[in-house]
Design a protein around this ligand. Structure first.
Ligand code: RFL
Ligand code: PHB
Length: 389
């Protein structure tokens, strides 16, 4: 088989890139290790920046998001028994969209299917080859048969554990990493959200987050030690713990119910540099990871795709390599700012056992300062709604 751009990974970054390329008349094939239902079973991000919303529209897949997504003009910080609202709209003129990654992925998959785009699922041993030269290709096995896709470029949209970054390790790739000493225990439940906006809570027992997927589906998280196993946490134990970490009025208003998903995610900051090796690009989680505190993971995948699409469009439209040459630096400049923000939100809101009571007091002082300084709130709001592409 031959295509112009071979895309490894059918997550948000691969699907967004595929849609934009198809719309621009650039032939592409998406190839994934697992199947559609497996991908849609992953419960991940929930908050979209205005840039990611715009990317969904450009991909022609934004209709349901606009109809069902919830526009949020602010969020709350809870600390020292009180709550302070960050007025995103008032401070920046911009809002965010609450729309789950599962729904966004489903919309992109459906649109790709409707447009006749080619996706290959359940492909084993996907491997990129010869990307240093002008004729790269991908090999994979499916149903016991080996296949080869020849292409002009390979987009590595294959997540943190995919084969694209593995293929460039030891070839000048530099990685930066910070691992946090805790994880997030998250549950999804068909109960109305406790508030119409998100609540991020700093509490002596640990961080908690009240998020949502719709007016009838809630997503809640609590900080847990890395040694905790999800089986240790009954639904009742989870609800008891999150209520302890929230202001009394919020805890009392919380509607509880059986979980439909429960999992623990470790927190990590990670960046790989550069993001381009000849004709292979690292995109989204393949190139970087943020802790979820700033809700930036999916949004960074969207901005990477924006820069890469511009480069590929320049190559096919104007025979120019300028955008392709600039991809890594342009994407990394925005990535590092989101890394910084995600790290600072994580440091501000979580309990760090090694920092003791002193660390907790410093966090409370910073939150108190934030609640009294419009300048500090504006800086937080500007980063939360997303820096410009
Ligand atoms: P994805 O979504 O991981 O998609 C990568 C795709 O590549 C496929 N793949 C392979 N395909 C072929 N061959 C192989 N060998 C392959 N190996 C992997 C995978 O099957 C998959 O379909 O990366 P992408 O597209 O870059 O999108 C990034 C986002 O998914 C990610 O940044 C966010 O979901 C991060 N994230 C969160 N972000 C938020 O903003 N808020 C959150 O609450 C949030 N929660 C999360 C998260 C990520 C998690 N991970 C990665 C474990 C919770 C979790 C658990
Ligand atoms: C989510 O809804 O899953 C979510 C929302 C905001 C975050 C992280 C996760 O900062």
């Amino acid at each position: 088989m031959r295509t112009q751009v071979a895309i490894i990974g059918s997550g948000p970054s691969g699907l967004l890139l595929g849609q934009l390329l198809s719309k621009a008349g650039i032939d592409n094939v998406i190839i994934d290790r697992v199947d559609r239902d497996y991908i849609l079973g992953r419960i991940r991000a929930g908050v979209l920046e205005v840039g990611a919303v715009g990317m969904m529209d450009r991909a022609g897949a934004g209709q349901r998001m606009h109809a069902e997504g919830l526009v949020h003009d602010g969020f709350a910080l809870s600390f020292s028994g009180r709550r302070h609202r960050i007025d995103l709209k008032g401070l920046t003129g911009t809002s965010v969209m609450v729309y789950g990654q599962t729904e966004l992925t489903r919309d992109l998959m459906d649109q790709r299917e409707a447009d006749g785009g080619v996706s290959i699922y359940d492909a084993a041993n996907v491997t990129p080859h010869d990307f240093d030269g002008e004729s790269p290709y991908i090999t994979y096995d499916k149903d016991g048969v080996s296949h080869r896709i020849d292409c002009d470029f390979i987009a590595g949209c294959d997540g943190y554990h995919g084969p694209s970054r593995a293929a460039v390790e030891g070839r000048g790739l530099k990685t930066y990493e910070k691992v946090y000493p805790f994880g997030w225990l998250g549950i999804l439940a068909d109960v109305p959200p406790v508030d119409h906006e998100l609540i991020y809570a700093n509490h002596a027992r640990g961080f908690a987050l009240c998020s949502q997927r719709s007016l009838t589906r809630s997503r809640y998280y609590v900080q847990v030690p890395l040694s905790d196993k999800v089986e240790q946490w009954s639904d009742d134990a989870f609800w008891d713990e999150i209520r302890r970490r929230l202001p009394a009025d919020v805890a009392e208003a919380m509607v509880t119910g059986p979980s439909i998903e429960k999992s623990i995610a470790p927190l990590r900051s990670f960046v790989a540099e550069p993001l381009r090796f000849g004709r292979l690009f690292l995109v989204g989680d393949a190139g970087h990871i943020v802790p979820p505190t700033g809700a930036k993971g999916l949004n960074l995948a969207a901005s990477d795709v924006h820069y890469l699409f511009e480069g590929l469009q320049g190559f096919y439209g104007e025979k120019s390599m300028a955008g392709i040459d600039a991809y890594s630096a342009r994407a990394l400049s925005r990535i590092w700012k989101a890394e910084r923000f995600s790290w600072s939100m994580t440091m501000l809101l979580h309990r760090f056992p090694a920092e003791g009571d002193f660390g907790q007091k410093v966090q409370e002082a910073e939150l108190d300062y934030l609640s009294s300084s419009e300048a500090a709130q504006t800086a937080m709001a500007e980063n939360y709604v997303g820096l410009p592409y």
